[in-house]
Design a protein around this ligand. Structure first.
Ligand code: 5GP
Length: 189
């Protein structure tokens, strides 16, 4: 997606060979017009599928997932990283190791919002080692819902997550796929 790649090149900050900071449009400040286009692009890529639910993880997956939800008219469920007092019992849970924070969180989704009748598309901001997506896939499996695929805003194709998911036969669509970030330069596939 051309506009997204331009944003990454113009505003992204390469913090190391493996970490990209995109706080000006995705992870802190949000660019709503870009998010709208991202939502429409995901809708186009998965237009051959009937999606009844979009599943993401708080917090940075929520904006792109919601814009897709708005475009196709499907509800968005975000997995929570901390159990709130109002979210007790009745949960699907999985463990996720965070690449950027180097900590392990339990993520949870209420059983009220995923059922065996759902066709689920997973959306997230970044794909690195695939831990977050694996946790979400685990939750979809527990719910008995059908898995349609995974939509990612920025994939770092030099890390192992995307290849591992595709090897398992999971459809992964990323809107920008980074080949390398060495010497501070972002190169796309
Ligand atoms: P994974 O679980 O695939 O290893 O990593 C994906 C998750 O880690 C995403 O949900 C995202 O929040 C975070 N993440 C991974 N790599 C980066 C990165 O280079 N920059 C930012 N901002 N977040 C990242």
């Amino acid at each position: 997606m051309k506009l997204l790649k331009e944003k990454i090149v113009n505003e992204g900050k390469v913090l190391s060979d493996t970490v990209l900071k995109v706080d000006s449009f995705l992870n802190h400040q949000i660019d709503p017009l870009l998010m709208k286009e991202i939502g429409e692009e995901f809708a186009n890529r998965f237009s051959d599928q009937v999606i009844t639910k979009i599943l993401t993880i708080e917090s940075s997956g929520i904006a792109p997932a919601t814009m897709l939800g708005l475009t196709i008219g499907a509800p968005v469920v975000f997995a929570r990283k901390r159990k709130s007092l109002t979210l007790s019992g009745n949960l699907f849970s999985a463990t996720v190791h965070s690449f950027t924070k180097n900590e392990t969180n339990e993520i949870s989704v209420s059983k009220d919002f995923l059922t065996p009748e759902d066709n689920v598309l997973i959306i997230d901001d970044f794909l690195a080692n695939g831990e977050a997506v694996k946790g979400l896939l685990d939750i979809v499996e527990q719910s008995g819902a059908q898995m349609i695929g995974v939509g990612i805003v920025i994939e770092k194709g030099f890390q192992k997550g995307g290849a591992a998911l595709r090897e398992q036969g999971i459809r992964v669509e990323s809107l920008a796929n980074i080949k390398s970030m060495s010497n501070g330069n972002v190169e796309f596939y």
